[in-house]
Design a protein around this ligand. Structure first.
Ligand code: ANZ
Length: 817
């Protein structure tokens, strides 16, 4: 065995072995327990960054571990290949997005292979391939038939200079990120998927996901935002029509001093047609942000509409305003304003001198609500509320709700913050939405037999931002049966569509339908790993899509991902490692310098996966040094030690201790990897075992067999983390079977048993006590136990020991003056 570690050669050799033996090709086998391990697939941006390397190393360690435990493992990889960066690169460099993307894929695939990830490359998917997206188009047709997708007008960000629609993140301080032009809001027809029809199921399903982080489940719950309230009707004075509001606080009904409508509310729009001042206000609101977080903090503005409604209980006349803090998208787009008990209403009332009427008093008589400072928003006891006075808020909710219901003025309603999912994008590089426009403007779904609608890839950006608009060969579909002209839709899908079902397609990437029966063998994913930035949208859309596929009879499970691990960010000097911060470390250079195993080991050793990982060059060097030491350790012992059956063997105390350490390490690493996901402590335990091996002096064949067992355990335990070096070391240990084919070691309970040692304790050379102590007690433990003995304390008599001499496994001598 070469006494020196040459990572490049070692890694090539291992990878050639895996490749030649198709080690990671997954096969469905009903007789075996399956384990589907999936890391979120990357956007092919050009090169891997450290976040990818971390994510994929975690997934690979789990996969390889499960495989050694005997599971039938599927670990696939693919490309989330549609999206904006390809178009930006295209415009900048005059290269077609398809070419740019495919080149990136090929480079990044090489990088992943160089890192030795155990992927089944035969299942590789790129979402920009028609073979993939055609099934998404087919599924869209199914959803359309079930009325689960629909088209309606909605607002987009329009860049008047670039003549293009911008994503929210491309609007910076109200201006287009490229042109710098003031962004306008435009209403255009767009496709929506009815995720709201599944809101309740998506919410309650979270309770059946014990393997998900609580934090992620809480974020999803908030996003779905279920609230129970009352829909209340206020009669308009100028007509017999009602204005409906949604409130979660019907207990405050008697404190309503005005109604506030969203600028886009139909009543406001109607009035604005004859009121230029109002029209100008509406236009101003339409220019602003509609992000809820912004709405909450922006200056409250509004106008009186000259409209009055009647209070449903008191019949009092109440003014109606338009206000910029009311969202058209939520509830009814109208609120009953209770400035005493809602902070936004309070701020608005202050700005426009509207009355503030307290109707809730703090339940605790020692607490005073100071309405001059801010609204009192807590529940309490009703005051100034006529027949409802004295009721506690919760009770008042029901009492007032039924009073309204009996008069036909309202009813209890459950509302969700979740909105239907808008899936149209006015972009070229995406899945074409499979619909046709006829001459009358009506829409026809593309027939199943005409799928896929293939996106032309050979395009140029010379004429404008969306090449499809200038391609008659795409725009003009074959004419309809009656001879009239048909025009293809140029919008494409939100790329979240593709990433909502790729995990299922990996089960059957070559199926000639969307999914076949293999999907039910592999699904749900047993372990999903990815960034916390996907906690809400991606995971919610995938959970939704899974249910859509279930209801189409394509899968039989309810949830796509049984266990979820969200990895922390990679930091450098305390800041997120990112291109924009210019503090990136290129994994490629490190792999070339140290090898893939060093990079993998560092990534797993530096922090537990859910926490942030602080980049450290010295940490990388440390990982590399450890691998060199490991190599040396194995090369010095490979030929001089031999396996032997150690069960029941009579070992020396030192050999017993090393053997126990070996089996303790096996137990700890197994638990750390499978249950705690603390790969860092698993590695630390293996390092400790290596140190013990180094300290141990073998004097007999039995001793050497104990060393041998320890070394083999080290190689097996590290195999999922640093698979290449372990591949080579396993061969060096004389095995014919490759380490990937080996089974995970199991701790021997016999070896774990703690045996007791008896130590004599002397004070100044005279035996004063006998100590019973476990064989693995540390030197500190032994010293402390000796000093704690009653008889010893009598002879030490409070003096500070000058020194304490330990004779391993025999005695402790305490020397006092
Ligand atoms: C009167 C009231 C009194 C309210 C009070 C709150 C406190 P959640 O819990 O998120 O569902 N609201 C309703 N529709 C709105 C819209 N389109 N835009 C802005 N705000 C809207 O919030 C429900 C509460 O948010 C409702 O209850 C309503 O204000 C407001 F002391 O009604 B409340």
């Amino acid at each position: 065995m070469d006494p020196h570690y040459h990572p490049a050669a070692v890694e090539t050799q291992a990878q050639e072995y895996w490749e030649a033996h198709r080690s990671f090709q997954a096969r469905e086998d009903a007789a075996r327990e399956k384990f589907y391990c999936l890391s979120m697939f990357p956007y092919p941006s050009g090169r891997l960054h450290m976040g990818h390397v971390r994510n994929y190393t975690i997934g690979d360690v789990i996969s390889r571990y499960q495989r050694m435990c005997g599971r039938n493992v599927l670990q696939p990889m693919g490309w989330d290949a549609f999206g904006l960066p390809a178009e930006n690169a295209a415009m900048k460099n005059q290269v077609a997005p398809a070419d740019w993307t495919r080149e990136n894929i090929s480079y990044m695939r090489g990088q992943l292979q160089r890192l030795g990830f155990a992927y089944d490359w035969q299942r590789e998917i790129a979402t920009c391939d028609p073979a993939y997206y055609r099934w998404e188009q087919w599924f869209f047709g199914r959803l359309l038939a079930k009325d689960l997708v629909y088209r309606r007008e909605s607002t987009v960000n329009w860049d008047p200079v670039d003549q293009t629609v911008l994503a929210n993140e491309q609007v910076i301080d109200g201006r287009g990120w490229r042109s710098g032009a003031l962004v306008e809001k435009r209403r255009i027809p767009q496709w929506f998927v009815r995720i709201t029809a599944y809101a309740e199921e998506l919410l309650s399903g979270l309770d059946d996901l014990p393997g998900w982080p609580d934090q992620v489940k809480a974020m999803q719950r908030n996003w779905i935002g279920k609230s129970r309230g009352v829909l209340i009707r206020f009669r308009r004075e100028d007509s017999d029509q009602d204005l409906e509001v949604f409130t979660t606080r019907p207990d405050t009904l008697m404190g309503v001093t005005y109604l506030a409508l969203a600028a886009q509310h139909p009543v406001v729009e109607a009035l604005a047609r004859n009121d230029p001042k109002l029209a100008e206000f509406v236009a101003e609101c339409n220019r602003g942000s509609t992000a809820e977080a912004d709405m909450a903090v922006m200056e409250k503005k509004g106008l009186p509409l000259g409209l009055q409604v009647r209070h449903p209980v008191t019949d009092e006349s109440i003014p109606v305003w338009v206000a910029n803090f009311v969202l058209m998208e939520y509830g009814t787009g109208a609120v009953m304003s209770v400035p005493a008990h809602d902070q936004r209403d309070w701020e608005f009332a202050h700005a426009y001198q509207l009355p503030i009427r307290q109707v809730i008093a703090p339940a605790d008589p020692d607490v005073q609500a100071d309405l001059n400072q801010c609204a009192w928003t807590e529940p309490g006891v009703l005051v100034n509320s006529g027949q409802f006075d004295g009721l506690e808020s919760r009770k008042a909710f029901d009492t007032i709700a039924s009073a309204l219901a009996s008069e036909g003025r309202g009813e209890v309603q459950v509302n969700y913050r979740l909105r239907d999912w808008g899936v149209s994008r006015q972009r070229y590089w995406g899945t074409p939405i499979p619909v046709l426009h006829d001459e009358s403007g009506a829409l026809l779904p593309v027939a199943e037999t005409d799928l896929p609608v293939t996106l032309p890839e050979n395009v140029s950006y010379e004429k404008g931002s969306n090449p499809l608009h200038h391609m008659p060969e795409f725009l003009n579909a074959p004419t309809a049966a009656d001879g009239s002209a048909l025009r293809r839709e140029t919008d494409t899908f939100d790329t979240f569509m593709e990433s909502s079902w790729y995990y299922a397609r990996f089960a059957c990437p070559d199926a000639d339908r969307m999914l076949d029966e293999r999907a039910n063998y592999w699904l749900p994913v047993d372990q999903y790993i990815g960034g916390i930035e996907h906690a809400i949208l991606h995971l919610l859309y995938a959970r939704f899509f899974h249910r859509l596929m279930r209801d189409e009879g394509l899968v039989s499970s309810d949830e796509p991902f049984r266990n979820l691990l969200t990895q922390g960010m990679v930091l450098k000097d305390g800041a997120k490692m990112s291109k924009s911060k210019g503090n990136t470390v290129d994994p490629q250079a490190l792999i070339e310098q140290y090898g893939a195993d060093t990079v993998r080991l560092f990534m797993m050793f530096a922090a537990p996966p859910e926490q942030t990982l602080e980049w450290s060059d010295s940490g990388v060097e440390g990982a590399h040094r450890f691998l060199r030491r490991l190599w040396k350790l194995v090369s010095t012992h490979a030929d001089t030690t031999q396996r032997a059956d150690l069960a029941g063997a009579r070992l020396t105390p030192a050999a017993t201790a090393l053997r126990r350490k070996t089996h303790q390490t096996i137990a700890k690493v197994s638990d750390d990897i499978s249950r705690r996901y603390t790969f860092n402590t698993a590695i630390a335990a293996v390092m400790e075992l290596c140190n013990e091996i180094g300290r141990f002096e073998a004097d007999s064949d039995l001793d050497r067999a104990v060393v041998r067992e320890a070394i083999e355990a080290v190689v097996l335990l590290l195999a999922p983390i640093t698979p290449h070096i372990c591949h080579a070391l396993w061969i060096a240990l004389g095995y014919q079977t490759a380490v990937v084919e080996e089974t995970w070691p199991v701790a021997d309970p016999e070896a774990l048993r703690q045996t007791e040692l008896r130590l004599a304790v002397q004070v100044n050379g005279k035996v004063r006590a006998q100590l019973e102590i476990t064989a693995d007690a540390s030197d500190e433990d032994i010293r402390a136990a000796a000093l704690a003995d009653e008889n010893v304390q009598r002879f030490v008599a409070g003096r500070e020991p000058k020194k304490i001499i330990l004779v391993p496994r025999k005695l402790v001598n305490i020397v006092v003056a």
